[in-house]
Ligand binder design. Structure first.
Ligand SMILES: Nc1ncnc2c1ncn2[C@@H]1O[C@H](COP(=O)(O)OP(=O)(O)OP(=O)(O)O)[C@@H](O)[C@H]1O
Length: 259
């Protein structure tokens, strides 16, 4: 098999004296969907943020598409990248946050147009054309001129997904993209994510949506206490978990989600 698009080895991260990640390994191959599940505080969001250099790791290595994240080898030694170099690495990674983070003073269309123009130097006309297509793809063609405050949470999150896709990323990271939404709006965002997965988008998704992970993931990674407790195909990790911790967590989640 080819080199993974994302490769993490023995990743450690501390906040002060608290060890939040205690040696995480992960391989994500191009076109795969990996879902990170686990109880609150297990380190899932922190790990996702490390892939995108939003947090700096204390030990271990992460590669995205063969490039070391946050580091470069020069003169036979590893050096930390400058902020500018980190920003350049981040361009190829799309991230969708729990709380949408749209620019409130820009329309949906302008939110999607902004980064390709400012960061990639795409012409405004081309960026508008592509943004229009992307808004159509997430089912919001008729909302292009609306401001975030005029959109529901589900619609805002779909704009956020379109905005991330506008940079034509190699990799999409989703950090609990539906957990800030009213329950009736969760499905519309998951439907967009299911389509992206079906189109071969490489995705790492931190989620509590067990059914989504079961149906869509190629690999499910169950984390607890800063370590990977178990990983594998959804049929194994969700359908037939080996570890008691995984079983207990899933039982709790499925009970909550059935209510
Ligand atoms: N910037 C920070 N400074 C200090 N501690 C932090 C910081 N970010 C996260 N933590 C701590 O790290 C631990 C792991 O947090 P993280 O958000 O990664 O967990 P999580 O598994 O994503 O949980 P959740 O499902 O609640 O989002 C928690 O104890 C959290 O309080």
């Amino acid at each position: 098999m080819s080199e993974p698009l994302v490769k993490a080895r023995n990743v450690h991260k501390n906040f002060g004296h608290v060890e939040v990640l205690k040696g995480i390994d992960l391989d994500v191959h191009a076109g795969q969907v990996v879902c990170l599940l686990g109880p609150s505080g297990s380190g899932k969001t922190t790990f996702l943020r490390c892939i995108n250099s939003l947090e700096r790791i204390d030990a271990g290595r992460i590669w995205v598409d063969g490039d070391l994240v946050g580091l470069a080898e020069r003169d036979g030694r590893l050096h930390r990248l400058t902020d500018k170099e980190i920003a350049r690495q981040r361009r190829d990674i799309g991230m969708v946050f729990q709380r949408f983070n749209l620019f409130p003073h820009m329309s949906a269309l302008e939110n999607v147009v902004e980064a390709p123009v400012k960061v990639r130097g795409v012409s405004r006309a081309d960026a508008r054309r592509r943004a229009t297509e992307l808004l159509e793809r997430v089912g919001l063609a008729d909302r292009a001129q609306n401001y975030p405050a005029q959109l529901s949470g589900g619609q805002q999150q779909r704009v956020a997904i379109a905005r991330a896709l506008a940079m034509q990323p190699k990799l999409m990271l989703f950090d609990e993209p539906t957990s800030a939404l009213d329950p009736e709006l969760v499905g519309e965002v998951l439907a967009v994510m299911r389509e992206l997965a079906a189109d071969g988008t490489t995705m790492v998704v931190v989620t509590h949506e067990v059914a989504f992970a079961r149906d869509v993931a190629d690999q499910v990674v169950f984390m607890d206490g800063g370590v990977v407790v178990e990983r594998g195909a959804p049929a194994d990790v969700i359908g037939n978990p080996r570890e008691e911790r995984t079983r207990a967590f899933l039982a709790r989640m499925l009970k909550d989600q059935a209510e």
